[in-house]
Write a new protein. Structure first.
Length: 254
């Protein structure tokens, strides 16, 4: 196994509350792992530790064999960790194409120069158009991002992560707030990214049908602790998981 991401004794406390408690996880390269657990289990806090929004009380985050525990989020992004949030994170007043082109340019380390010939930037636009096709946004390139539906903004955000050439995608409830009609399209996007076999995806999601369909493995958090980690069929059969979580899952699902 070639792990791209590991955590060791990862813990964070806020006052007297321990939100993530001694979590040790290993994610192989090009693997799809989902993280499930009831509200308040520590899932998003764990993502904040992985992406650098929070610093742990103790423990380590290791990415591609390198300890990144104390690195700031922009440095982790440059190393290949891409993070989506529960609330979409796009530039609302730019067009769809401009959002992705800027991400492509950023990854290439090229700043915009008004005195440069437009052809200098054509390769970035071409790459951006390819990524919009990947996330099923062809035909929307001239629309302002603020006019997209919630589901389309999610797809745009994923395109921007791909533009940054993130090897590890941390997707935090990508279907949250999405209409039922929009969910299949985002599923198709995530499934197509998985099918390339070139990205590692860690997903937080409440929708169990989606989790079971996509995941190579499932990790269960409960009260900040790692309750179980295994193949989907193992997790579904785990009596501890069933008693602690799965019985109430569908009542919580969003």
């Amino acid at each position: 196994m070639d792990p791209i991401l590991e955590t060791k004794d990862l813990t964070i406390s806020f006052g007297g509350h321990t939100a993530v408690n001694g979590v040790a996880m290993t994610v192989p390269r090009n693997h799809f792992k989902s993280i499930i657990g009831p509200n308040g289990a520590g899932k998003t806090t764990l993502f904040n530790l992985l992406s650098g929004q929070l610093q742990p009380t103790r423990g380590q985050v290791i990415f591609k064999g390198r300890d990144v525990t104390r690195l700031a989020p922009p440095l982790r992004t440059r190393l290949g960790i891409g993070r989506s949030f529960q609330i979409t994170n796009v530039f609302p007043n730019l067009t769809v194409l401009e959002n992705v082109r800027l991400a492509v340019q950023s990854q290439a380390g090229v700043r915009f120069d008004v005195f440069s010939h437009f052809k200098r930037y054509q390769r970035f636009e071409t790459k951006a158009m390819e990524l919009l096709e990947t996330v099923l946004l062809s035909g929307k390139e001239e629309a302002q991002a603020k006019h997209l539906t919630h589901g389309e903004k999610r797809k745009l955000e994923i395109a921007m992560l791909l533009a940054l050439e993130a090897e590890l995608l941390l997707l935090d409830e990508p279907t949250a707030g999405m209409s039922l009609e929009e969910v299949p399209a985002i599923l198709d996007v995530i499934r197509s990214i998985k099918a390339t076999g070139t990205r590692t995806i860690v997903l937080i999601e409440h929708k169990m049908d989606m989790v079971l369909d996509l995941s190579d493995s499932i990790m269960v958090l409960f009260n900040g602790k790692l309750l179980a980690d295994g193949k989907p069929e193992e997790i579904m059969r785990n009596e501890l998981v069933q008693s602690a979580y799965l019985g109430g899952l569908y009542d919580d699902a969003s």
